[in-house]
Write a protein that binds this ligand. Structure first.
Ligand code: NAD
Length: 415
């Protein structure tokens, strides 16, 4: 299977700790099903894909991405990662990923709706709450899930809200889903700080990206007491020299007003955010803080900047923010990397809660969802930490190992 070399290399490191691990990898190498269809909208063809990687632990689960450059290789890697992430968190799901090669900005709203509904009509037989449960991903959102669910239920002839997650709350979406990924990462960081004997107040943080993940993450860690020294979005970065770090609520309202973070600093003696200054986006990753948090894009830490990273801890909130070469350089330097499959798993965890609520028809209050999220994230972090210490391996290898151990157990029981 065409899995990105980065994932392959992490898998190989982890599997060395499993007896007949290579047989397990060989079994996981082949996706259960690859679906590839052409959808016709306004007489124009669009390539649509769904890679159903593995379902040993439960129905396939994973997002749908609408992007012009998507292809089968990318979906195969992402579907494999979903298999690992769900196994790591102990969720009763396998892994899938899919989507359409399209730039949604070039479509009218009507065409986007038609494309979403056509996807469901074409893939209907392979979807279902016990079969394959899509969710939003890059360029897809709750509205698209609402159209897809509506089309699915019309074809089925009955309600089936658990077939899609990331739906609007009014159609059975879960409270707490919006902030789940950021909050989940914050819980992991707090647990890690506890293990190394630090209070949040002792630790400074720089966060790259201030979208869904970055902003809820920054807000939650700041409320926990961590000190946010720098933030960025696509238009620029800001840093502060104040010991207590940024006041996140002030930043949030500033960004809301100005539209971008770089506008939130001192201009000509008039300061929106006290002691703030504008810095280059790349500089943020290299600041002398305790924790750097890439929460925007892939491959932002690479062989050309890995040696400039001064933070002893990196928390990966984005997917794949560190290249294979940089990962090796950082581990050699003694940097602790808290990996993406653990740190950003809060989103799929609350998607699981959405699926549970949809199936039972009873919906929890936000507080209950967030308490359950906290329990799951703490449990997964604790297990990864223990494996990492027992075997003296990095947290990433320990995360992959725990996921692979669960898949191995399922395979052995099914044989
Ligand atoms: P988003 O589109 O809401 O936000 C992305 C943010 O990154 C924006 O603030 C944007 O301005 C910023 N950005 C873009 N280019 C940048 C640059 N060069 N420098 C600094 N900032 C830049 O996306 P999101 O949902 O927050 O996702 C962020 C990452 O987290 C992605 O890698 C995504 O795959 C991953 N992730 C998201 C979820 C989720 O639930 N949303 C779950 C798991 C993983």
């Amino acid at each position: 299977m065409n899995v990105a070399p980065l994932i392959q290399s992490h898998l190989e490191k982890a599997v060395q700790h499993i007896a007949d691990g290579h047989q397990l990898l060989a079994a996981l190498d082949i996706p259960k099903q690859i679906l590839h269809k052409k959808l016709l909208i306004s007489q124009k063809p669009y390539e649509a894909y769904r890679v159903q990687h593995n379902d040993w632990l439960g129905p396939f689960k994973g997002g749908l991405r609408f992007h012009p450059t998507v292809d089968l290789n990318e979906f195969q890697t992402l579907a494999y990662l979903m298999t690992l992430k769900c196994a790591l968190l102990g969720l009763p799901f396998g892994g899938a990923k899919g989507g359409i090669a399209v730039d949604p900005k070039e479509l009218s709203e009507k065409e986007l709706e038609e494309l979403s509904r056509t996807f469901v009509r074409e893939f209907f037989d392979n979807l279902g709450q016990d079969r394959d449960i899509p969710a939003p991903d890059v360029n897809t959102n709750p509205q698209i899930m609402a159209w897809m669910l509506d089309e699915y239920e019309k074809m089925l002839g009955s309600h089936a809200p658990a077939t899609f997650t990331g739906k609007p709350v009014a159609l059975g979406g879960s409270l707490g889903r919006e902030q789940a990924t950021g909050v989940g990462g914050a819980i992991v960081l707090r647990e890690y700080a506890g293990k190394i004997g630090k209070k949040p107040q002792d630790l400074t943080v720089a966060v790259q990206g201030f979208g869904n993940v970055g902003h809820y993450f920054a807000q939650t860690v700041s409320n926990m007491g961590f000190r946010i020294m720098a933030l960025s979005d696509s238009k620029g970065a800001i840093a502060t020299s104040q010991t207590e770090g940024f006041d996140i609520e002030q930043i949030l309202s500033c960004k809301k007003g100005k539209g971008y973070l770089a506008g939130c600093y001192c201009v000509g003696g008039v300061c929106d955010i006290r002691f703030g200054r504008k810095i280059a986006n790349e500089e943020l990753l290299e600041l002398p803080v305790d924790i750097v948090v890439p929460a925007a894009l892939e491959n932002v830490i690479h062989e050309n900047n890995a040696n400039n990273i001064k933070a002893p801890i990196i928390l990966e909130m984005a997917n794949g923010p560190i290249t294979k070469e940089a990962d090796e350089m950082l581990i050699k330097k003694g940097v602790t990397i808290i990996p993406d499959i653990l740190a950003n798993a809060g989103g799929v965890t609350v998607s699981y809660f959405e699926w549970v609520q949809g199936r039972m028809g009873y919906y929890w209050e936000e507080q209950e969802v967030l308490e359950k999220l906290e329990k799951k994230m703490k449990e997964a972090f604790g297990q990864v930490w223990n494996i990492s210490h027992e075997k003296n391996i990095p947290l990433r290898t320990a995360s992959y190992l725990l996921a692979l151990q669960r898949l191995h157990m399922a395979l052995q029981l099914k044989r």
